[in-house]
Design a protein around this ligand. Structure first.
Ligand SMILES: [Zn+2]
Length: 334
């Protein structure tokens, strides 16, 4: 009996060791993240100084399609900081949440994407292309035809029509559509490339192989960017006051949000700084934040902007109720 038990123990030990070694080899082999260059806007930046002044002159012709590309199961701490005194334990349950990719049309510059949600690999498997060993850990639900590429095809937008793919950050539920887009130019916040490329970054929710086919990786440096009060440091993407990249580091080192100066009122795509309407209103970031202090500061700037500009429309990181009620393509926001 003793022998039998020690045999089982030895078996388990070997199994665990082999699985760990395979994992290490797999992680080393998969590393293929292009080096980043600095993003330099083609046009001089417009600096209205505040969101209130910016939206006095909306930009004509911008359109935003919110493509609901599937759901992913997350723990409650991913949605709200469990250490926040106002967060009730009942709010911290495991749940399926939506992953949205935003296709943006700019009348002069063409199409952009903000985040990519899930691609076709996630229709075929509940953990997509994240690797066999993640099967028990990752659960996604993407119906046939729901993935980003199918939705772009239905809208008649080809991958080559994309000027930039902007990533709020590099977590796999935001880069899942990247591999199927081919050699695109990707914009991320400074520091994010190194976070994606760090050893074993899959343990931090990154998937390095999602970036393997990226043609150019451009990093936006906010450190010398002017402030768009009360949102904070902002870079005018095209120098025409239409779209601003907003520094919202904290959830990850290079996290950014997007402000759109739309005709029918401004819109902010928060990314994962705040995951839901409740988190946005009360300025509570995700508990899974790389730097929780920075994440709170970013969430508070968003909440302050909403308070100052009640007309501000917002899309949050992963709000299930919002995704269900949002306009579905081919309908769009403008
Ligand atoms: Zn996310």
């Amino acid at each position: 009996m003793m022998l039998f038990h020690s045999g089982i123990r030895r078996g388990w030990l070997w199994w665990s060791l082999s699985a760990f070694l395979l994992f290490v080899i797999y992680e080393i082999v998969e590393t293929d993240v292009p080096t980043a260059q600095a993003f330099v806007p083609a046009m001089p930046a417009a600096n209205p100084g505040s969101v209130a002044r910016l939206i006095q002159r909306p930009y004509e012709g911008l359109k935003v399609y919110a493509s609901y590309t599937g759901d992913i199961q997350v723990g409650g701490e991913a949605m709200l900081d469990p250490k926040n005194a106002t967060v009730h334990p009942e709010e911290l349950h495991k749940q399926f949440v939506p992953a949205i990719a935003y296709l943006i049309y700019h009348p002069r510059e063409g199409f952009l994407l903000f985040d990519t949600g899930f691609g076709p690999a996630f229709v075929r498997s509940s953990n997509g292309d994240l690797g066999w060993w993640t099967k028990p850990l990752v659960k996604t639900r993407v119906h046939a035809g729901q993935d980003l590429i199918s939705q772009m095809n239905r809208l008649g937008v080809s991958r080559s029509a994309l000027k930039y793919v902007i990533l709020s950050h590099g977590h796999a539920d935001h880069t899942g559509g990247l591999p199927a887009l081919g050699p695109v130019t990707v914009l991320i916040g400074k520091g994010e490339r190194d976070a994606i490329a760090q050893p074993m970054s899959l343990l931090h929710a990154y998937k390095q192989a999602h970036c393997a086919h990226v043609a150019r990786l451009l990093e936006v440096d906010f450190d010398r960017a002017p402030s768009l009060d009360p949102l904070g440091r902002a870079v005018d993407l095209f120098g025409d006051r239409s779209i601003y990249l907003i520094d919202s580091r904290g959830h990850t080192p290079g996290h950014l949000s997007l402000l759109l100066n739309l005709q029918q009122g401004p819109m902010i795509l928060t990314g994962d700084v705040v995951q839901t309407r409740r988190a946005f209103r009360d300025g509570i970031p995700s508990g899974n934040s790389a730097n929780i202090g920075d994440a709170y500061a970013a969430a508070r700037r968003l909440a302050a902007t909403q308070e100052q500009i009640p007309a501000l429309r917002a899309f949050y990181g992963h709000d299930a109720e919002q995704a269900v009620h949002a306009l579905q393509p081919p309908h769009f926001y403008q």
